[in-house]
Design a protein around this ligand. Structure first.
Ligand code: FES
Ligand SMILES: [Fe+2]
Length: 430
């Protein structure tokens, strides 16, 4: 417990952009919710997915989290939770645990984390000591070096990155591996349980794998055209990235410049079917389909029915399939993650496109257009991950606040828990 008043920032430094500060091992942000108004102090992280509120913004006199748009008033109450819609009531756990008091005195912002005997900051004659730097986030989380990850197949390179007779150095689980292509054989140094090719990628399993491969029926379906995006690196762990790819509520906030429509903030709970090694989820929605050529000619309306299927396999394989039920076209996107280091994940994205039964294959230009759009969307996700600055994915449900729209995120955490237990058991038996 930290009692007393602590100077945390000069009053002139605090405007309507949150400023991260620290007191006695606790991290906070201070901010004015109106230009020239009083200073408010909030805990440093949003209770939902622990995103730093220093990356938030002030909107209509409230502090808004950058990830899913939860808004907090000056008392720390969550007064807006977009995925619950305009009539939803945020759960009490969505409120912030606020510091006891914050005051401006002698040109400084003073913060009292806990109730103190004195209701005002002390009188000072000399400039106070600057506040200590905020601490790093704490708490156990599933990170890129979890020992259970030894027991899975991981993508480590595009097949085309390793030429016949060539070699390639890759990074996986904090270690370097050299891959060689020798005729038809793939060899890893140091030796691994296995190296293989699948879906246009090279996969490596350090020890006997316990994961279930992701099935991709589109890969052998001749109505589909496949295209690979250039792999991208994210400066953070794979777990929160997988969480983002499964999350339907961040669009209006993270993807406002591409696909995030403000009128799609409300998201109901998705059904989840538990399957070996992961889960799937199917839902049907109405959505705009401007890529349908029949829309331009008036053959079909812009707003069409779409079935979305998520299929997840632990630890980091995800397939997102969108079936446009009126045109018969399908877009499938694979997200496959390579946990390189604690602070580095390589992301492979594959697009598989079909115009539907009896239709010609999608035009090259349409495929390139889709790839370019997915590249921009991915860049937005990676930027948001960089701001997240979390060490991994919290697996204890008490560490975060879950709302009905988070069912896939909850299923992801449960699947990773199961994977971790199986992997560790396998390791103990080895
Ligand atoms: S709204 Fe803050 S992390 Fe989701
Ligand atoms: Fe996203």
């Amino acid at each position: 417990m930290t009692t007393g008043w602590f100077p945390v920032a000069r009053t002139t430094e605090v405007g309507t952009t949150p400023v991260p500060v620290g007191v006695g091992g606790q991290a906070y942000v201070v901010v004015r919710l109106r230009p020239g108004g009083e200073v408010s102090a909030f805990p440093a992280r949003c209770p939902h997915r622990l995103v730093p509120l220093a990356a938030g913004s002030v909107v209509d006199g409230r502090l808004q989290c950058p990830a899913h748009g939860w808004r907090f008033d000056s008392d720390g109450r969550c007064v807006d939770l977009p995925s619950m819609g305009p009539h939803g009531t945020p759960p009490p756990r969505a409120d912030l645990s606020m510091p006891w008091a914050v005051e401006e005195r002698h040109g400084w912002v003073w913060l009292a984390p806990e109730r103190t005997a004195t209701h005002v900051p002390p009188r000072v004659t000399a400039a106070p000591e600057p506040a200590p730097a905020p601490p790093d986030p704490e708490g156990a989380a599933f990170d890129n070096l979890d020992p259970s990850l030894e027991h899975a197949w991981h993508p480590v390179a595009l097949s085309r990155e390793l030429r016949p007779g060539g070699w390639l150095q890759v990074r996986l689980l904090g270690r370097n591996w050299t891959l060689r292509r020798d005729g038809d054989a793939l060899v890893a140094d140091p030796p691994a349980f296995g190296v293989r090719e699948r879906l246009g990628l090279i996969w490596l399993a350090p020890s006997e794998p316990a994961d279930v491969p992701l099935e991709v029926p589109e890969d052998v379906d001749r109505r589909f055209v496949t295209d690979w995006m250039q792999p991208v690196r994210s400066p953070g762990p794979a777990g929160p990235l997988a969480d983002t790819f499964l999350d339907a509520t961040h669009g209006p906030f993270v993807h406002a410049a591409t696909i995030g429509l403000p009128d799609q903030a409300e998201v109901g709970p998705a059904p989840v079917t538990i399957e070996p090694g992961g889960f799937s989820s199917v839902r049907e929605q109405w959505c705009d389909n401007p890529l349908d050529p029949e829309v331009a000619t008036g053959g079909r309306p812009l707003r069409q029915r779409r079935r979305t299927t998520y299929t997840y396999r632990a630890p980091f394989q995800l397939r997102l399939r969108q079936d446009f039920l009126d045109s018969g076209a399908t877009t499938t996107i694979l997200y496959l993650l390579q946990p390189e280091d604690l602070d580095s994940t390589r992301i492979y994205v594959v697009l598989l496109l079909s115009s539907g039964p009896g239709q010609p294959l999608p035009l090259r230009a349409d495929v390139s257009g889709q790839v370019a759009l997915q590249k921009r969307i991915l860049e937005e996700d990676v930027r948001s991950q960089a701001a997240l600055a979390v060490p991994g994915l919290p697996l204890d449900p008490r560490d975060e606040v879950h709302v009905p729209a988070d069912r896939l995120g909850i299923a992801l955490r449960q699947a990773l828990c199961d994977f971790m237990v199986v992997g560790r058991r396998q390791q103990a038996a080895a």
